[in-house]
Design a protein around this ligand. Structure first.
Ligand code: SAM
Ligand code: SF4
Length: 465
């Protein structure tokens, strides 16, 4: 397959932005009506929503995003933590603390024993899903990446185990992606950072990552290698956010066209201050909170069946607001350098990638979200039952998320409450669980589910649908 063509319509998107055309009320209403059908939106529809600045219609857009979120994902929030394996990197990305020319950064690559220690700590906090993160360097071969993943899966501590590992690493060729797949990963994640080619070339100063097209086709190669859950993202702040949101949609459509399935998730990090990366302190296109809310809600409406990931880069209060706009997965209790979980409370700014906005522990986050009516989910059932890629999407569209995900989320939440929660979280959590179970329709599935709930309370683990 020809992988040299830039399928992001650079000129067209820039022209749309330059036109700065404001939509009429009716145009916005029409797009919102279309959004209600949960079949996604075109680039032009997305532009209408991006350009709308009528406060009433913006509120309507927020309500629609929440409605879609509730209909598809219910009140669940999937929980994960990142695990940084190495901060060694040969690239010079202008915004990142790990950039090769950053002399102030203390470099470290975890040994296999150190990695096991980090995983053990995450398991003892209650995590079941992790995202393993790597800098890019020619010395990091895929066989080594595979070894680190297999090591992480092998660590068991009490009832603790990691059941799904997602990976954020530099893009590889298809043969290497096949090896990566054989390590049993869930999602492969790679952010384009900016889809605006000229900006991309300006902010990637040295190293393999300078090749815009090679990165643009990373998720194609992963798909070709059989990794059918792929994740995309933009680092907001490098270029006009309107361009980036429309380009994300073009990228998603391209994957759908070629492989019959769009991205499993989308991430939308904003640039955070990083040591030795001056650009990160003054991003050229800093995204304001009010625009960020627009971005999240537009993505929720435009790609309804794609998970939206919100990390601890954002502050706790703002994260709460964003949950209402369509976020479906969040990281919690995160640390952003290799060995950071071992360091516990002593943070090492000279090792980390960027500053974290939400520094609460996993238990504090769980207490908070459960108190606000969200079920934290540590579920990993879909990928272990083979519900991935287009299979996942077709089941999701058929509504399976409600039948499977809700009971699975509750079962994993009960595991958390029994094995890891503080007293106050346990109290709030169990009350909440009882209410959620009461709300469920009386079906055969519910009977089966109640049995699994009782078995979990008696100490059985890893029961799922
Ligand atoms: N090295 C690999 C790469 O560049 O794809 C993967 C790891 S990199 C640590 C993961 C992501 O962190 C990048 O894709 C980028 O979007 C994000 N990132 C880098 N610098 C950041 C900053 N200052 N603030 C927030 N996110 C940042
Ligand atoms: Fe290296 Fe990735 Fe940071 Fe770029 S973003 S400097 S490739 S770790």
């Amino acid at each position: 397959m020809n992988q040299t063509n830039d399928f992001i319509d650079q000129e067209y998107l820039d022209d749309l932005i330059k036109s700065n055309k404001k939509p009429s009320k009716n145009e916005v209403i029409e797009v919102l009506k279309k959004g209600e059908e949960k079949k996604g939106l075109s680039v032009e529809d997305v532009f209408v929503l991006l350009q709308n600045d009528d406060p009433e219609l913006t509120e309507e857009m927020f309500s629609l995003a929440l409605k879609i979120k509730k209909e598809i994902y219910g009140n669940r929030l999937v929980i994960f933590a990142p695990l940084y394996v190495t901060n060694v990197c040969a690239n010079v990305c202008d915004y990142c603390g790990f950039r090769a020319d950053n002399k102030e950064l203390n470099r470290r690559t975890l040994s296999i024993d150190e990695l096991k220690e980090e995983v053990k700590i995450l398991e003892e906090e209650g995590h079941k899903r992790i995202l393993m993160v790597y800098g890019e360097h020619p010395k990091f071969k895929v066989d080594w990446i595979k070894e680190t993943i297999l090591t992480a899966y092998s660590v068991k501590s009490g009832n603790g185990e990691i059941r799904r590992i997602n990976v954020n690493s530099a893009p590889m060729d298809t043969e290497d992606f096949k090896i990566l797949k054989s390590s049993g990963i869930g999602t492969y994640q790679c952010f384009q950072e900016t889809y605006h080619r000229k900006t991309y070339e300006k902010v990637h100063l040295k190293g393999k990552k300078r090749d815009y097209i090679y990165r643009l086709y990373a998720l194609h190669r992963a798909q070709e290698a059989g990794i059918d859950d792929v994740a995309m993202g933009v680092l907001f702040g490098l270029y006009d956010y309107r361009f980036e949101v429309m380009a994300l949609i073009q990228h998603a459509m391209q994957l759908e066209k070629v492989f019959g399935v769009g991205p499993h998730t989308i991430s939308f990090p904003r640039i955070e201050p990083a040591l030795g990366a001056p650009l990160s302190k003054h991003p050229p296109f800093q995204v304001k909170d009010k625009d960020f809310k627009k971005i999240v809600s537009i993505l929720r409406i435009a790609v309804p069946y794609t998970g939206l990931i919100l990390t601890t880069r954002e502050k706790a209060d703002f994260r709460r607001e964003l949950f209402q706009l369509g976020v479906s997965q969040i990281s919690a209790g995160s640390r952003t350098y290799p060995g950071a979980y071992h360091d516990a409370k002593t943070n090492k700014p000279d090792m980390q990638q960027f500053t974290i906005g939400d520094t609460r522990s996993l238990d504090e986050v769980i207490f908070d979200i459960a108190s606000h009516g969200y079920i934290p989910s540590f579920c990993t059932s879909c990928y272990r039952s083979g519900r991935t890629g287009s299979h996942f999407m077709s089941e999701a569209k058929g509504g399976h998320i409600h039948t499977f995900c809700q009971p699975n989320a509750i079962l994993t939440f009960i595991e958390y409450l029994q094995d890891y929660a503080s007293l106050q979280t346990r109290e709030v959590g169990f009350k909440f669980v009882e209410k959620e179970i009461e709300k469920m329709e009386e079906t055969i599935l519910k009977k089966n589910f109640i049995q699994k709930v009782n078995e979990t309370k008696e100490g059985k683990r890893d029961l799922y649908f």
